[in-house]
Design a protein around this ligand. Structure first.
Ligand SMILES: [Zn+2]
Length: 337
């Protein structure tokens, strides 16, 4: 009797506890993070990229039809989102396409990532758009090389390649978004140097910035203020987020390397430029002296303690492939482990 009474009491207590649980405060809901990535903001606050081997689809405007001559290996890799076997996937590098911003006319700024290491290297082509279209072709050649040779990326490295930093300027000269061939280049390439606002994107950075800059003897707009242009704002956000170990900008055609420095030589830039210079064969110069340059991207990176330099290809049409591959591999060897 006492025993069954106790059992009954126990059950009542249990039910009471259960009901109390039912009506107690609802489980804590995490303060709602948006389900999708936070959009790029001008002040650089971005979530860290989560390493993933999922290929993001290219935007609809980025039709990216590779030509067989330039990109024999890219098509199957980019089109096939099937992950590589597990053992390889852990350490291997893949091309991960990501849009890091948009141009004035809404064209995507694409970056391709290889590897997921903590040391970041960044290669940038085409900041002078169609006028220096060969730097964009070089960047795509580099992308194809690392798609075909992922084992060249050391385990501790993340290599980002931004092939076309001024896609409006590219389109103005080639009539093509994304990959193109030299045959697409028509007419006067000079207007393709500027972005959709007619601003020179390599005069729009916050090192010795001026509203008007020089391109030889031609006066070009440096924008309303530093980073007034969506392309440069997106690149700045990207650099501040990634805090790269080194950044290379490809230009043409001064046939030399120029060290990124703002008001006095930035030694870390000089050292890494020297490394690339020795491997590639380009002469290294501490300064570009042909005419004063204001608002330069590579120079601004020095203000952020990020080593950087400019590689000027030999002509406006060659990619100096062997030289630049040797330079990039030297960087990977230096920073890799
Ligand atoms: Zn240039």
């Amino acid at each position: 009797m006492a025993s069954s009474f106790c059992k009954g009491l126990f059950l009542v207590l249990l039910m009471g506890l259960f009901l109390a649980g039912c009506v107690s405060a609802p489980a804590a809901v995490s303060p709602g993070l948006p389900p999708t990535a936070v959009p790029l903001s001008a002040d650089g606050a971005l979530p860290t990229l989560v390493p993933t081997i999922v290929l993001e689809p290219l935007p609809a405007t980025q039709t990216a039809v590779p030509t067989p001559t330039l990109v024999p290996t890219a098509t199957p890799v980019l089109a096939d989102a099937t992950p590589l076997p597990e053992a390889t996937a852990t350490f291997a590098a893949y091309g991960v396409a990501q849009t890091i911003g948009s141009s004035v006319n809404g064209r995507p700024l694409e970056s391709y990532r290889f590897g997921f290491g903590s040391q970041t290297l960044v290669l940038v082509g085409g900041i002078h758009g169609g006028y220096e279209w060969n730097t964009i072709v070089l960047a795509y050649e580099m992308i194809d090389y690392f798609l075909a040779n992922p084992d060249q990326i050391p385990a501790n490295i993340s290599l980002y390649i931004i092939p076309s930093a001024n896609p409006d300027g590219q389109f103005a000269v080639t009539g093509v978004d994304g990959r193109f061939t030299p045959a697409n280049v028509t007419g006067d390439t000079r207007p393709g140097r500027l972005n959709g606002n007619q601003v020179d994107l390599n005069r729009n950075w916050a090192c010795d910035w001026q509203p008007e800059g020089l391109w030889g003897e031609t006066v070009v707009s440096g924008g309303r203020v530093p980073f007034s242009e969506p392309e440069t704002a997106a690149l700045r956000t990207f650099f501040l987020r990634e805090n790269p170990a080194a950044v290379v900008f490809w230009h043409s055609k001064a046939d030399a390397i120029f060290v990124g420095s703002c008001d006095g030589l930035f030694q870390p830039s000089a050292e890494v430029a020297e490394l690339y210079g020795r491997a590639s064969g380009y002469a290294v110069n501490n300064q570009f002296t042909a005419y004063p340059v204001t608002g330069d991207a590579s120079d601004w990176l020095a203000t952020q303690n990020i080593p950087s330099f400019t590689v000027e290809l030999k002509t406006h049409s060659s990619t100096d492939w062997e030289m630049n591959l040797a330079g990039v591999l030297a960087l990977l060897e230096f920073y890799g482990r």
